[in-house]
Structure formats: C-alpha cells, structure tokens
Write a protein that binds this ligand. Structure first.
Ligand SMILES: [Zn+2]
Length: 72
C-alpha cells in the first residue's frame, strides 16, 4: 500500500517518506516530534507468562499502548 505524502501539523513541512512508512498515522515531522518530546506516549507492559519463582520462562508478552499527544 502506498503512503500518501502528508504535511506536518505543526510546521507544515512535508513529513519524510521513511517516517510515514515507520509510523503511518503520524501527524508531525521528526523535528516537531522531538520538540514535543515524542508524538506518542508509550505505555509498555511486560508480562511474563512463566510460573512465579521458576527460572524457566515460558514466554513474555509485550503490550504497547500508544496514546497520541495533543498537537498544538
Ligand atoms: Zn514539523
């Protein structure tokens, strides 16, 4: 699927194609994303599915929740 060119919500410049590929729903360019400290707030939850006290891990699940920050 092609990613359409999009302009940054903050500075109006075109967002780099590579960034659009990596984050298809991004609204801001790399520079502005850094300025606001990241476009998204990430909440990472690690949950081991192995038994408590056991050294043998049967698996780990990573759950990442993304919350878009308000773009001013
Ligand atoms: Zn920008």
């Amino acid at each position: 699927m092609d990613t359409e060119a999009r302009n940054c919500r903050i500075c109006g410049r075109e967002i780099a194609a590579a960034r659009l590929k990596a984050i298809p729903d991004t609204l801001v360019c790399v520079d502005c994303s850094e300025k606001i400290g990241g476009e998204f707030e990430l909440e990472v939850n690690l949950s081991a599915t192995g038994k408590a006290g056991s050294l043998k891990k049967t698996g780990e699940q990573v759950e990442v929740k993304r919350k878009r920050k308000p773009v001013r």
